[in-house]
Structure formats: structure tokens, C-alpha cells
Design a protein around this ligand. Sequence first.
Ligand SMILES: [Zn+2]
Length: 398
Amino acid sequence: MEEIQKQIANIVSELMPQLCALSDEIFDYAEPGYEEYRSSAALTKWLRAHDFEVTIPYAGLDTAFCAVYRHKGGRAAGGRAVGFLGEYDALRGQGHGCAHHMQTPAMIGAAMALRGVLESSDQPFEIHVIGTPSEESLDGGKNEMAAHGGFDHIDVAFMVHGSTLTQLETPSLALIEMDVEFHGKTAHAGIAPYAGRSAVDAVTMLQTGLGLMRNHLKDSSRVSNIVLAGGTAVNSVPDFAKVKVEIRHSSMAYLESVEQWTREIAQAAAMATQTQVQITPVAHIYNTTINDAMGALLMECAEKFACDGIAPPRKDCGSTDFGAVTHRLPSCCLRVKTIETDDPPHTDAWVKTGKEARAHQGIYDGAVCCALAAFRLVTDEAAWQDVYQCFLAHQKEN
Ligand SMILES: [Zn+2]
């Protein structure tokens, strides 16, 4: 293993000038979600030039791509297909405040290192570098890609994310968001209220119902709502009201039952107030599960490469479209140290330091750790079984 580790370090070290140049280029483009045309073009150009078979657009999205390298017949010959996933969307108006620019260069480094150490062996395998747009948007590119089968050709998915520390994620909650619109009938509130039907009364019924439902939900459930429209003049019976409802839970299966209950409450509110209701789904984001075996393997690699700032898993994760991946196959995201300060992501400090040496070091750390962990999963059946059984156990829970 020592020898493999050394080889991986050498391959990535040699590539570093190119990987850093790619990362800096994407940083400068700073393209927001679904607009990452120049970023995806730069990445796929590099991959094509290094003998990857590139598909772009991919899985229903213009700025998504898949770059494949197959060895000795690949998956068809019984080999494992390793996915290295990378984001490259910036925050609109801010730039790369979440370090997504360094992710795919790191994954390219991992792909090249894995390929390099296995190239002369008879072991069949495949590498898929998959570009995943628009993580920052509520709908999340990976949800769309998963629906289009974009992750059906890989057995395992690796990802890295910039961070203040080297650590794993914690599970995040599944989230469902919907818009609820009530249509009533307007009338003069003083002269003829009997002729009107108030859409705002329906909102009151909806909120009362949601509040009462909350008491009977399992722990870790969250129910929130905001009123986006609720009448314009108090002397007119309001004929239109709009509410945004967001519900969360650690299990998507359970959350879908809460979604059904929420819909029934909205329908009941309409019936009780003689208004009409229209429910529009807005977001459906899977909870992220943590594959403990894969996480342990990645952290073991981080120790071996003596990565800086090794720490316990981070607390309090928001919802992310990576959940759509963890839900489907064994997957894990390693957070690598890309910034020296404690400033949280989406702040100017992250934008200011995005091209500094520490951000570049994160590319190296992500590449070598993922390459070594992937090498284990391709060549060591026991290690693979640990990871796969962990995935099956999570699937049962969810
Ligand atoms: Zn991010």
C-alpha cells in the first residue's frame, strides 16, 4: 500500500500546475447554476485531451458532463465503475463563495491517479468524472440528473467540498417544498361580505391544520410556511392568497407521508371556506445519508497523507442535492481544508482566498485521498463489501 500511496502522490504532484490552472480559470468565470458553459467546456476539453470519452450535455442538463475511461472491458468484464463527482457553480453576484471551483480539478486529479496506478494491471475498471451543475439552486442539478439516470452507470461516487477543516459531513434532512394557492371570490367587505369567499380564511385554516399536525409528527420533523400573498385592501374580501410550505425530516419515505397529510389539510381548508386550492410542487430534495464505511476509509486516507486540520464530522448540514446520489448508490463527500480562517462558506473571505495556496492544497488533498480510497474499493473485495453493506443498511432505514 505504501508504494501505491507514493505513486498517487507523485502523479497528483506532477499534475498540480494544470489542476490549479483549471481551478483558477473556473474561479474567474464565476458562472451561476445552469450557466456554467465556459467552466464545463474548460473541464471537458482537458479530459478529452487526456483520453476520456466525453458526453456533454449529459443527463438532461446542458452544462453537465460525463467523461469515461474504461480499462480491460470495465464494468462489463466485472470491474467496478468509480464515479468522481464535481460541482462548478458560483453564487450569483458573489462569485465562488463555496469553493465549488476546486472540486472538479481535484476529481480529475483523483481520476488520473487511479488510472495511473492501475493502468498496467489486468484489473478491469471504469472511471467516470461527472460534472454536476447548479448545486446552489433549490432544485439542485443532481436531482434532475438522477431522474435522467445520470448516476446509473457507476457503482460508487466520490466528491470533495472545500472547508475550514478536513472532515466528513453529517446527515442532512430531506426537504419538500410546495406553493399553495387559494382562489376565492371578491366582494365589498362592508356592503356585501356574504357574496364573497375569502382566500385568506383558507390560509388561516391551513396554518391551523399544519400547527395541529405538527404535534403528531415524528422527531426531527420541521414544518414552516410563509404567506406570499394575502389580500391588498381590507375593505375587499380577498380572492387570492399564496403560501409557501416547507417540510423536512430525516427520512424521505416518512416525509412523503407528511407531504400527503399537508395536501389533505390544504384541500380541507379550501372545502371549509368554499374556495379553490392549487398545489404546485417546488422542491423534492433527498436527505443525505452518511456511508460510515466509506467515510472511515476516506478519513484513513486523509491521515495517511497527513492532511491538515483533520477533525470530527461537521455539525448541522443544510439540505443538498448530493442526497439524490447517496440515496441511489454508495457515496461520500470529503471536506478538504481550502481556507485558513473560520469564516463560513458564502462569505467574501471565501471569494478572496479562492486562488490562494491553501485552496490549491485542497485540490491536492482531495485528489490523493479519493484516489487511494477508490483504489481500495476497486482492488479489495472486503473493503467494497463493507461499503456496500453500509449502503444497503441505510436504504432499509430510509
Ligand atoms: Zn457548496
